[in-house]
Design a protein around this ligand. Structure first.
Ligand code: FES
Length: 121
């Protein structure tokens, strides 16, 4: 290649996981709101099981991760899906199932569970 040819960067490798979902499992004992008060651990455990049952776990698939405070506590319990950066709030495991089947499996955002953009801590 001569120095006058444009530099073509190497193609990006496929990401190891197609999607990540992070559940805030933060627990506060000072009276302030936290996601653990809304059964976030149960939702996380359910999501792990549902992703595995759907065969979505593993390399090239979906990773379900614990997180500490994601700084959007007022909307808790919250979870966020990457690479899309979609924030969710959920009420029960049926909501989690919908996120798994629609977003994590099919790539369709569950609009009704999206966290209002103005919600913060
Ligand atoms: S405690 Fe869950 S986002 Fe802060």
């Amino acid at each position: 290649m001569s120095s006058s040819e444009p530099h073509n960067p190497s193609p990006q490798p496929s990401p190891y996981f197609k999607r990540h979902i992070f559940f805030c499992l933060n627990e506060r004992n000072n009276g302030e709101a936290s996601c653990s008060q809304h059964r976030a651990q149960d939702a996380f455990d359910h999501c792990k099981r549902a992703v595995r049952a759907a065969g979505l776990n593993g390399a090239g698939g979906v990773r379900v991760n614990k997180a500490g405070c994601l700084d959007r506590c007022a909307g808790g319990p919250v979870a966020v899906v990457y690479p899309e950066g979609v924030w969710y709030t959920y009420v029960d495991v049926a909501d989690v199932d919908e996120i798994v089947q629609s977003h994590l499996r099919d790539g369709r955002v569950v609009s009704r569970l999206e966290l209002d953009p103005s919600v913060g801590r």
